[in-house]
Design a protein around this ligand. Sequence first.
Ligand code: ZN
Length: 139
Amino acid sequence: MNGAVLVSLVGVYLTDWEIIDIVVGGGISIFIIYSAYELIEEGVLVLLDRALDDDTQSQIVTIIEEEHSVNDYHCLKTRTAGNDNFVDVHLVFNCLISLMDAHRVSDKIEERIEKIDPSKDWVINIHMDPYDDSDINNQ
Ligand SMILES: [Zn+2]
């Protein structure tokens, strides 16, 4: 920007065309506004929490669906705020699976979800259902 100002000053001095200064000044103004907009957008998105992007959500769904002892899932809710990613989900297990096994599978799913983006802090809450209670939870 300093270089552009210097060039425009020299240009105006040599040619006496003041339009050079106006055009360069206008260009610099647009650049500053554009840069400020990007910074503001970034800052606002960090402050506002929102759902995880579609790609990350579909990776989470794939991880859940790949686990054979999980029959179904519901109430999947995701949220990101700053460096934290939050995931809440109900997993429907076969009612005869032991709590130990269901817990082991849930831990495995959590570990795989965290590997989607290891640079984030993940807070994952898995609710283990022995049957599909999505009707009750969606009311
Ligand atoms: Zn449920």
